[in-house]
Each structure stands twice: as C-alpha cells, then as structure tokens.
Design a protein around this ligand. Sequence first.
Ligand SMILES: Nc1c(C(=O)O)ncn1[C@@H]1O[C@H](COP(=O)(O)O)[C@@H](O)[C@H]1O
Length: 166
Amino acid sequence: MTNQQPLVAIIMGSDSDWPVMQAAAAMLDDFGVPYEAGVVSAHRTPDLMFEFAEQARERGFRAIIAGAGGAAHLPGMVAAKTTLPVLGVPVPSRHLQGQDSLLSIVQMPKGIPVATFAIGEAGAANAGLFAVALLATTDNTLADKLAAFRQAQTEKVLNMTLRRDA
Ligand SMILES: Nc1c(C(=O)O)ncn1[C@@H]1O[C@H](COP(=O)(O)O)[C@@H](O)[C@H]1O
C-alpha cells in the first residue's frame, strides 16, 4: 500500500478472510494501485457498514472489493448503500466450502448488482485485476501495465513444458 489516496477499498467480514482476500491486495500492490483494507461486517458491525458504504464515494474510492463467507451479506448490503461498483468475493466456508458464500453474493435482486467472482483465492485475485481494469478505463498507464501483465502471462504459459516420459 502507498500513501496516496486509496482508490479501492478491500473490505471483509472477518480477519479470518484475510488469507483469501490478501490475493486481491497483492494484485493491487503489483499494479501500484493504492488501496485500503479493513474488516466490516453487515452482521456484526451493521452501523459501521452503513457508515462505510455511505461515505465511500466521497472518500474517493472508485471501487469496493468485498469478501465474506457463509451467509455473505456484506457485498450486497454495501452495494445497497453506495453507487460505487462492488466486486464480491465468496470466501470458502468451513462446512459448505463456499457454495453458501457464492450463492449469497451472486443471487442479488434486480436493481442492486454485485459483480461476483470465483470462490476463494482466484476470485480475490481476479477481483483485484477487475478493479485494475475499471481504473484503467481512464488511466492509460495502468492500461499499458495490464496489457504487459497479460503478455507476460501468455508467455509464461507458452513456455510451460510437460514431461513427455511420464
Ligand atoms: N459473511 C459474514 C459477514 C457479513 O456478511 O456481514 N460478516 C462476517 N461474515 C463471515 O463470517 C465468517 C466467519 O467469521 P469468523 O471467522 O470471524 O467467525 C467469515 O468468512 C466472515 O466473512
């Protein structure tokens, strides 16, 4: 994280979500996008969640990445209180492996969208990448970095070699 104005907020229902949600933070770090990360819960800190969501736009955030597990109401409730884009990350849950988190986040009623990503670390990383892509619509330097990331990824896969004697 840098000292610049944070453009992305990464919020999560509990600090137990951080091992997954840090993949979003790592992606923003890689692209040099300033962000703020913290714990906010629709269930356990409802007043803080309302305050956060109501102030998010005026605080200068351009997108919110919200991760939660189980009855994952945080992304949808935050989306209900802000017009900023909310990117939802279903965190794997102990008993239902995140299927509950996924369905809680993705099945929003018409009118309040949450852009929902895959369960777990890949979803968190992709939410970070998607936030970069959103910001890159008005930032050519970031768009160039995103293109370079894609190119490097393509080259890495093209250079993958498989054992042929197996
Ligand atoms: N789904 C939510 C919300 C919410 O949606 O407001 N607040 C906490 N949680 C989730 O509860 C799980 C267990 O939390 P603990 O590990 O703190 O018991 C976490 O995955 C968290 O996201």
